[in-house]
Design a protein around this ligand. Sequence first.
Ligand code: 13P
Length: 256
Amino acid sequence: MRKPFIGGNWKMNTDSKAAVQLAKDVAQKCAGLLDKVDVSVCPPFVYLASVKNAIGSAKLGLGAQNVYFEAKGAFTGEISCSMLKDLGCKDVIIGHSERRHVIGESNELINKKLIAAIDAGLLPIFCVGELIEERKAGKTDSVVKEQIQKGLAGITVEKAKAITIAYEPVWAIGTGLTATPQQAQDVHLMIRQLIADMYNKEFAAQIRIQYGGSANAGNAAVLMSQPDVDGLLVGGASLKADDFAAMIKAAAEAKK
Ligand code: 13P
């Protein structure tokens, strides 16, 4: 049985006061659920330390939204894996569609980041997903396959155990257009079969695959009821502690 994993990707939102308050509210509202569901919040870099402090001893995980693959040196504006570890991060989102499509990150860069993060002891949330024109052209599976094959290139099964995959169809992110539960399930199953082909069946049965894209308190239960949906990577709804807590509860219920 895969333990559900809900991530809150705060993106470029909150300020120092709001970030601390949100972290405290989330920690308090989901306190009773953290044995059943893994939960991480991923604030902007600049609030990681204060959010870690606000979480205190709660079992809530802390994640970053990005990382650079080099260990240190002349990389102005970048943040290393060891810096994230130093601040108490457990997870790191890598390959988010906004970084692929707004900032221009390639599969090759994402692969380097995944390798560096795993080697540093971070747990990557590795994001993949197709554009609307790719879906309309029937290319969803081939696009997602290529992202996964290139992203995981050279990563052994032992190392890949650190990874959670997040399927986030780009057309569903921040649009209010959620994938139907069946659309999500179809791609999640395809990903699991691909992982079985690339690695082995046992690992494919273990790896967690989150869905992301306009997931909210209203649709979390039905998305989580799909057999291959193991969690959610939540953007907008993770900024409201009540909604986020409701989604964590829905995940716990769905996988009882
Ligand atoms: P929304 O939940 O705001 O659509 O964002 C999803 C996402 O990109 C999470 O990483």
